[in-house]
Ligand binder design. Structure first.
Ligand code: 5GP
Length: 278
């Protein structure tokens, strides 16, 4: 089956992503949509968001891979798709927090923006019908959602990812206030499995604040009126040195472009449009 076969089997469709059967057993194609997940009074769909999230998440996951954090990413295929390893998703949202914001502020009455004395890892059961309740390690192990060694592994991976990503974002002038991770079990053989990072790591799942201006660059901007979400997400990508091809080209490898290639593509696309309208 070709990667781009129109007949490929859809396995799951969520608000922000679609999963298709991959070309080989144990693989899946993860497609990034433009729809905005969750409740936003101001936006339902943001054209180009999926392209940016795919590029940023591919970049961050490949960097994590370089430091030995296992992730499901096998390859970025094109503007909107990644080839990923099939996993058995552990139904827990893992939130890591460095600054007080969002539900932490509401729940505990903290002052928004305050640096926490140490990073906090929280777990939420993925149950939409119950509004994803916060759970402790005790709940997780007692309910049989994950074993104690699995939770230990998830905690230590989450802390390592937080250290690495916080440093990377600080290097480009952004504070990683908090973010959400998901993990899965990858079966290496009948008797061997490991815990790996799944889903995505993108501005959609993060609170990112500019170090100088405190301007929001994460998903909180969906709640702002008349904000150019794409411009902000594009800036996150640009600060990280990621330049996704937004001109509509779907070249065969679909890799993130260098700055020079991105400029060249943009200029070619503008020329084609001019020629078309002449
Ligand atoms: P809070 O609990 O403060 O609402 O969210 C904490 C962090 O986890 C935020 O960065 C938020 O993006 C992320 N997060 C928590 N739950 C979800 C979710 O269901 N969807 C997304 N996209 N992000 C979430």
């Amino acid at each position: 089956m070709s990667l781009f076969s129109p007949k490929r089997k859809k396995l799951y469709e969520g608000k922000a992503k679609i999963l298709y059967e991959g070309p080989e057993p144990g693989t899946i194609i993860q497609y990034f949509k433009d729809d905005v997940a969750g409740h936003s009074a101001n936006h339902d769909m943001i054209s180009g968001k999926g392209v940016l999230n795919n590029a940023i998440s591919s970049f961050l996951m490949s960097k994590l891979g370089e430091i030995g954090v296992p992730t499901h990413l096998l390859k970025k295929l094109n503007m909107r798709e990644q080839l990923v390893a099939q996993v058995d998703i552990i139904p827990i949202e893992v939130v890591v927090r460095n600054y007080a914001a969002g539900s932490l502020v509401k729940r505990y009455g903290l002052e928004k923006g305050k640096a926490l004395p140490r990073a906090i890892v929280e777990y939420y059961l993925k149950k939409d019908e119950l509004n994803n309740p916060m759970v402790s390690e005790e709940h997780i192990t007692a309910f049989g959602v994950a074993s104690l060694p699995e939770i230990d592994e998830i905690y230590s991976l989450a802390m390592r990812i937080n250290d690495y990503l916080s440093g990377m974002f600080l290097g480009v002038g952004l504070r990683l206030a908090d973010f959400k991770l998901e993990f899965g079990r990858q079966f290496l053989s009948e008797h061997e499995l490991r815990i790996i990072v799944a889903d995505e790591i993108s501005p959609d799942h993060c609170r990112l604040w500019d170090m100088k201006t405190n301007m929001d660059f994460g998903h909180d901007i969906y709640h702002e009126e008349s904000v150019d979400v794409i411009a902000r997400f594009r800036e996150v990508a640009a600060r990280l040195g990621v330049f996704p091809d937004l001109t509509g080209n779907t070249d065969s490898n679909g890799d993130v472009l260098s700055m020079a290639e991105a400029a060249e593509r943009a200029s070619q696309s503008a020329k084609t449009k001019e020629a078309g309208s002449a």
